[in-house]
Ligand binder design. Structure first.
Ligand SMILES: Cc1cc2nc3c(=O)[nH]c(=O)nc-3n(C[C@H](O)[C@H](O)[C@H](O)COP(=O)(O)O)c2cc1C
Length: 335
């Protein structure tokens, strides 16, 4: 090899890399400086860290506490194995999928990620244009840095709206009405933050950031919402973005109050999946928010699969939102 760079490129493309220690992978990942050189999605991580201010990088990268669940989730995917069958014509692959009557070009979904302007000035509008170009489903965060109407325009078609319930029924209803009026066909209710979270990594990086942040993060009860257009005109004094007191009755009330389909994000047990059916929920977005403190990671993993099995029986839609979508396993009857 003529240079370290070409050696690392060779290494990065080699199946040998999969079995190499994390340190070697990190070395290979560290050698790019342009997005076009990325060989896999993890390479973007290196570039993002270089490009972003430390506090914004920390917000993106953080899990909770000592990152145990984040690490366990990644490791969990290494336990999935592909079981490819041969002599099947794979020259023309059909990757499209249909969800609630709409067709998308691929099963890759842009999951809700808040405050995207913290990562790029185009924020959610850029993501919408990318989703349009590739025909992907985009789910817009409650904490979006552009209004739902603008994002739908940039996407050139409907998107789903993710709702943090907020501790106020009035605020909740205002957000839901706005998303529905804008044309969102599906509401995704995120319910995994009711206990709050301890984001140590985010805090460590925030301390490294020497910029003055007040111009964007204004002080006061409404300050944090000043740059979040979904909260324009809403007084958030005394209102939290999450709802620790939320119960299944609130789910029913929400469902009855709108025409949008209701998907819940943050269900981890088969008992709760059954209750989703009982309360008229249309789908479950299967994800791990890295901050569910009450269950350990292995428990989460097993339980998540339990949800899927249960839901197959019950004909509820289940989608996966993970950072490692390449982990695929065939159902036993197709293997
Ligand atoms: C920077 C960042 C912001 C996020 N913002 C939201 C959000 O506003 N609403 C939400 O439901 N989930 C949010 N999530 C969670 C993701 O939608 C997704 O469920 C989670 O990242 C999946 O786990 P993974 O990152 O290990 O793949 C966010 C995740 C990250 C990394």
């Amino acid at each position: 090899m003529s240079s370290r760079r070409s050696f690392l490129k060779f290494l990065a493309g080699s199946p040998l890399l999969a079995g190499m220690p994390i340190a070697v992978r990190a070395l290979a990942q560290g050698d790019i400086d342009k997005a076009v050189d990325a060989l896999d999605v993890f390479d973007f991580e290196v570039l993002a860290k270089k490009a972003l201010p430390p506090a914004h990088w920390g917000y993106m990268a953080t899990g909770v506490d000592g990152e145990e669940t984040l690490k366990a989730n990644r490791e969990g995917f290494t336990r999935y194995q592909l079981r490819p069958r041969r002599f099947v014509d794979v020259s023309r692959l059909e990757m499209s999928m249909e969800l609630f009557g709409a067709r998308y070009n691929s099963p890759i979904v842009l999951c809700p990620v808040g405050s995207q302007k913290a990562f790029h000035p185009d924020g959610e509008l850029g993501a919408a244009r990318a989703a349009q170009a590739k025909g992907n489903l985009q789910i817009l965060s409650t904490q979006t840095s552009y209004g739902v109407e603008e994002v739908i325009k940039a996407r050139g078609g409907p998107i789903w709206y993710q709702l943090y319930p907020t501790s106020s029924l009035e605020v909740r209803q205002t957000l839901v009405k706005r998303a529905e009026a804008a044309g969102c066909p599906v509401l995704v209710l995120t319910v995994d933050l009711s206990g709050g979270r301890n984001m140590e990594t985010a805090e460590r990086f925030r301390r490294l950031d020497t910029r003055r942040c007040e111009s964007c993060h204004e002080p006061g009860p409404n300050g944090v919402y000043a740059r979040r257009p979904m909260f324009t005109g809403i007084d958030m004094t005394g209102v939290g973005v999450n709802a620790p007191a939320l119960t299944w009755d609130d789910v029913k009330r929400l469902k009855d109050s709108m025409k949008m389909k209701l998907v819940i994000k943050g269900i981890e047990t088969r008992e709760d999946a059954e209750l989703c059916l009982k309360y008229g929920v249309d789908g479950i977005l299967d994800e791990v928010h890295e901050d569910l403190l009450e269950l350990n990671a292995v428990g989460l993993d097993r339980e998540s699969r339990g949800v899927q099995v249960e839901s197959q029986r019950a004909h509820i839609e289940v989608f996966a939102a993970r950072r490692q979508p390449q982990a695929v396993d065939l159902p036993a009857d197709e293997a």
